[in-house]
Ligand binder design. Structure first.
Ligand SMILES: NC(=O)c1ccc[n+]([C@@H]2O[C@H](COP(=O)([O-])OP(=O)(O)OC[C@H]3O[C@@H](n4cnc5c(N)ncnc54)[C@H](O)[C@@H]3O)[C@@H](O)[C@H]2O)c1
Length: 468
């Protein structure tokens, strides 16, 4: 299994490659790249008749702007360095997507499958108390979301614990995103990261100068795809790309091996099999083996599991022409160089998996305004005009031309979320692509993404008087 060894150094190296192309004042690049604060907490929970000690972290890479935003991961391999690397990626991601958040990430060193739901609830509530007690959880300072090993349930336990602790905070529910709909969540958050991966892939295939660099046909329909990790992100990306864009998912790589089907795997059926059996082996709709299909022939490779999956030991063997980084940090710095030299185009994590935090932003705004999107829609009917369009405008910065709002008549919350996400993904891609194509000094989309992010962060630090 990939480890997080060197992950933080890889993120810093990628940052430095971009920062050196900008003329930043001395010391500012370092200030931006280092992690501000990391809380380490160890707490006890009495379970199964004995006291168990759990170790967790919450890193705030940057709290300019505030709140800091980023997921919480439950994994047995979680560690301090990994959390800081992931928090740094969150700062750059939010800056690239022009979201008003700093970057944060948290983790608990735990195998969630080893505990029953009621036990996980008690552990999570204790973790939430520790985070809140140290100001690493609050709607205005630090807002977690789901990541590997956590989900809507984890988020609502955290929100509920926080509400009990801060019963006079009317915005308490906005202390986490990714909540169930009935508890202040937003339609489309569960699918959002995979949906964003789909939109990122679509817009890439609609950009002729970029698609030309891969040598792939300009049509997304019929492209062969390999997905690593059929969890929340990988499953939704695979589902949407196969069902809506006509891609063929020719292989899935999971922790227990690989499944191949040259005619395309039935993703819904495979996911149902995984939920029932806990793995991909024994699925009748494909050929299983215990090895890895990561370097099989395909057009598009989507790593959606863990960091450092593609490293200098296997980067030479990758046959895909395009890699869409659905996971955070799935390609090491060394592998990135090898792939770039081999002409493989990479849509970087900062951008490709930003759908989750973008829709989290919509949820946070919805919680803070206390106005459900549907109510906005009715107000438009009563008061005349543009209420719904204004809400999208304020969320995304998109300006509707006069008259364009009429297509949103009768829009449901999910439509609003998807169109807002699509808009954000398109505008960020346009910026990255234009920059990449504007200069030979910018070797790839990743460097372009980092340049945009670092520039924005530098502006914030300079405006604050920190550096310049
Ligand atoms: N959930 C989100 O909204 C979100 C947002 C942005 C980025 N991400 C990133 O996407 C990645 C996946 O997150 P997720 O939320 O889908 O997690 P998840 O836990 O739902 O899914 C991870 C999947 O990867 C599989 N996996 C684990 N080890 C593997 C291995 N060695 N080889 C192949 N497969 C393996 C697991 O079995 C699981 O199916 C992570 O890097 C995460 O940080 C997630």
């Amino acid at each position: 299994m990939a480890t997080s060894h060197g992950f933080l150094a890889d993120v810093t190296n990628m940052f430095n490659d971009a920062a050196k192309l900008l003329s930043l004042e001395e010391g500012l690049a370092e200030k931006i790249s280092v992690c501000n604060t990391t809380l380490t907490t160890r707490f006890g929970v009495r379970l199964r008749g004995k006291m168990h000690t759990f170790e967790g972290w919450r890193a705030v890479h940057s709290n300019h702007p505030s709140p800091a935003k980023g997921g919480i991961r439950y994994a047995p391999y979680a560690n301090h360095e990994e959390v800081e690397a992931l928090a740094a990626l969150m700062s750059y991601k939010c800056a690239l997507m022009d979201l008003p958040f700093g970057g944060s990430k948290g983790a608990l060193k735990i195998d969630p499958s080893a505990w029953a739901p009621h036990e996980l609830e008690r552990i999570t509530r204790r973790f939430a108390q520790e985070l809140a007690r140290h100001d690493f959880l609050s709607p205005s300072q630090n807002v977690p979301a789901p990541d590997v090993g956590t989900n809507e349930k984890t988020m609502i336990w955290i929100a509920d614990e926080y509400r009990r602790m801060k019963s006079n905070d009317i915005n308490a529910n906005a202390c986490v995103t990714g909540k169930p709909i009935a508890m202040g969540g937003i339609e489309g958050r569960v699918e959002a990261t995979g949906r964003g991966v789909q939109y990122a892939t679509q817009v890439f295939f609609q950009t002729p100068e970029d698609i030309a660099k891969t040598g792939l046909p300009a049509d997304l329909k019929g492209r062969t795809v390999i997905i690593q990790g059929l969890g929340n992100v990988g499953y939704h990306a695979a589902k949407f790309l196969s069902q809506e864009d006509g891609c063929k998912i020719v292989a899935v790589v999971e922790r227990d091996g690989s499944l191949r089907n040259p005619a395309g795997l039935d993703i819904e059926a495979l996911k149902a099999h995984m939920l029932e059996t806990g793995g991909i082996s024994g699925f009748s709709g494909g050929e299983y083996d215990s090895g890895s299909a990561l370097s099989d022939a395909c057009d598009i490779l989507i790593p959606a599991a863990l960091e450092s999956a593609i490293h200098d030991g296997n980067a030479h063997e990758i046959k895909a022409k395009l890699i869409v980084e659905a996971a955070n940090g799935p390609i090491t710095y060394a592998a990135n160089e090898i792939l770039r030299e081999r002409g493989v185009v990479i849509i970087p994590d900062l951008y490709a998996n930003a759908g989750g935090v973008t829709v989290s932003y919509f949820e946070w705004v919805k919680n803070l305004t206390h106005i459900p999107f549907g109510l906005m829609e009715r107000r438009r009917d009563e008061q005349g005009n543009r209420m719904l369009a204004r809400q999208i405008e304020s969320m995304t910065g998109h300006q509707f031309p006069e008259g364009a709002e009429s297509f949103l008549d009768g829009a449901r919350e999910i439509d609003l979320v998807r169109s807002g996400l699509d808009d954000k993904m398109r505008s960020a891609y346009g910026e990255m692509s234009r920059l990449w194509n504007s200069s030979d000094d910018i070797p790839d989309l990743r460097t372009a993404a980092y340049i945009i992010a670092v520039r924005r962060l530098a502006e914030i630090y300079q405006a604050l008087g920190i550096g310049g």
